[in-house]
Ligand binder design. Structure first.
Ligand SMILES: [Zn+2]
Length: 307
């Protein structure tokens, strides 16, 4: 049987109904934040489509098709992998060949493209033709955490499934069940509700250090901590751009002066861009600049609220 995370079950059931009624779109995009379970959903969907003895809960797990798939050896399932940051045209040509071939197990064929947003332009163009005239009995499942990054022409030819978790309380409850401890208050929101991301941050203790860093930022903005201390603590933190993005979302929520909100966001976006593009940048200096700017803007905003 297909085991699936509880928050995905309702959408999975919808997919199953569409499969039963022969109404599921032949090209789908599974999107949603990292850590929502898109890969698990793609697996469950592929398993269900390929199963010869489909059950109300999904694939049977016992038929020849299910056994071949579990062994990673199903000729009618293609899972594209890219070794690098980009999914190139060769991988898509392989997919096109696969989709135009005959099914080996006399059923559907399923091709899954993980991280579909990493397709190069040539790859996306090569895929477009197949999406326009999908071969009979073939399903193409694109998976992405970055839906807007996909080209508009690809998006327009696929049915989008935006995967979502339950509400924050349900997610916190699930995390409690997995870890036998209450997650810190900010965590679910920080992970944009994505339970698996929250779980991984709890598992490697990143959640604790994130909590400390958020406290540090508050103390700096309110003038209790010198800039050098904060920069020393935060510079080089692997989660830094996510951390600052979250901090700004929290601090900027509320009655805002639009131009100042824009100024804060622009400063943050510029810093994110430079951090990835400028090789050899003095990261501590860049971070100092951003934090100084943020403090000025946030303090000004607070002074305005109080007056
Ligand atoms: Zn089966």
């Amino acid at each position: 049987m297909t085991e699936l995370y509880p928050w995905l079950l309702a959408q999975f059931k919808q997919m199953q109904t569409l499969i039963s009624n022969d109404q599921l779109a032949h090209a789908l995009i599974l999107s949603g934040p990292a850590g929502i379970g898109k890969g698990a959903m793609a697996d469950a969907l592929a398993a269900t489509l390929l199963c010869k003895n489909r059950q109300p809960a999904g694939a049977c797990g016992e038929c020849k098709s299910c056994l071949l798939r579990q062994a990673g050896n199903h000729a009618d399932l293609l899972l594209l992998r890219s070794d690098s940051q980009h999914l190139g045209v060769d991988a898509i040509r392989q997919l096109n060949q696969f989709t135009h071939g005959a099914a080996q197990q006399h059923g559907y064929r399923v091709a899954v493209i993980p991280q579909a947003d990493t397709m190069t332009e040539a790859a996306a163009n090569a895929l477009l033709k197949t999406l326009e005239e999908p071969p009979a009995g073939c399903f193409i499942v694109l998976v992405t955490s970055n839906y807007p990054q996909l080209s508009a022409t690809i998006r327009s030819r696929c049915q989008q499934w935006l995967l979502a978790a339950g509400n924050a309380a349900q997610t916190a409850q699930w995390l409690r069940q997995q870890t036998s401890q209450a997650p810190p208050d900010f965590l679910v929101d920080y992970c944009q509700g994505a339970p698996l991301k929250a779980l991984s941050l709890l598992a490697d203790n990143t959640a604790d250090s994130l909590g400390d860093s958020l406290k540090l930022l508050d103390e700096y903005v309110s003038g209790q901590l010198p800039l050098a201390r904060v920069v020393k603590q935060l510079d080089g933190n692997a989660e830094l751009s996510g951390l600052l993005g979250y901090y700004l979302r929290k601090r900027l929520a509320g009655p805002l002066e639009f131009s100042r909100q824009q100024a804060v966001l622009t400063a943050y976006q510029r810093w994110c861009r430079d951090a990835t593009r400028i090789i050899g940048q003095n990261s501590a200096l860049a971070l100092s600049g951003l934090l100084t700017e943020l403090k000025t803007l946030l303090q000004h905003q607070e002074a305005k609220w109080k007056s």
